[in-house]
Design a protein around this ligand. Structure first.
Ligand code: 5GP
Length: 183
């Protein structure tokens, strides 16, 4: 059943969010999991659409009741996790399901569901990644440095993934991801 489950991961600012949005708008039979997080919303982010924004207590309650498929502490501070129910229901309906999570989360899903496909979204180059992160300007310089440190560690993990897709062009990258999930 979960062979139509794919996990995509990749370093900060690689453009995963843009690829995921593109898939959401252009591939209606793909279910994109909405993660839960304890971080505060960025301007324009909507609860239940971009994330479920939870308090630490609410998040811990979901872990304890077995309602998180996986979770991880990302960038050293906040918790992020995948609510289990919507994923299981979408797989039952026969949808293709994509989780956009971090590398630690990808490892955990692969452990509990070995048939899940793991796809790493890589930047065309390290310089391009730095440019994208600084250009986006949503994080303070200190936070940017922290994210670049995480990115270095994440890039080193790409060999563990079943597939690597380079995000040089959003539509092409999205198409390749969907084809891999379907295959
Ligand atoms: P951001 O704060 O920029 O939205 O996301 C930070 C990181 O959290 C990204 O690397 C993203 O992939 C990861 N992330 C988002 N949702 C989840 C999740 O449900 N589980 C895990 N393990 N990581 C997640």
């Amino acid at each position: 059943m979960s062979s139509h489950l794919a996990v995509i991961a990749g370093p900060t600012a690689v453009g995963k969010g843009t690829v995921v949005r593109y898939i959401k708008e252009n591939y209606p039979n793909v279910h994109l999991s909405v993660s839960a997080t304890t971080r505060t919303p960025r301007p324009g982010e909507v609860d239940g659409v971009d994330y479920y924004f939870l308090s630490h207590d609410q998040f811990d309650e979901m872990i304890q009741s077995g309602n998180m498929l996986e979770f991880a502490v990302v960038h050293g501070s906040n918790k992020y996790g995948t609510p289990r129910k919507p994923v299981e229901e979408a797989l039952k309906r026969g949808d293709l399901v994509i989780l956009e999570i971090d590398v630690q989360g990808a490892r955990k899903v692969k452990e509990s569901m070995p048939e899940a496909k793991t796809i790493f979204i890589a930047p065309p180059s390290w310089n391009e990644l730095v440019l994208r992160l600084r250009g986006r300007g949503t994080e303070a310089p200190e936070e940017q440095e922290k994210r670049l440190e995480t990115a270095k560690i994440e890039l080193a993990a790409q060999d563990e993934f079943d597939f690597v897709v380079i995000n040089d062009e959003v539509a092409r990258c999205a198409h390749q991801v969907v084809e891999l999930v379907k295959a």
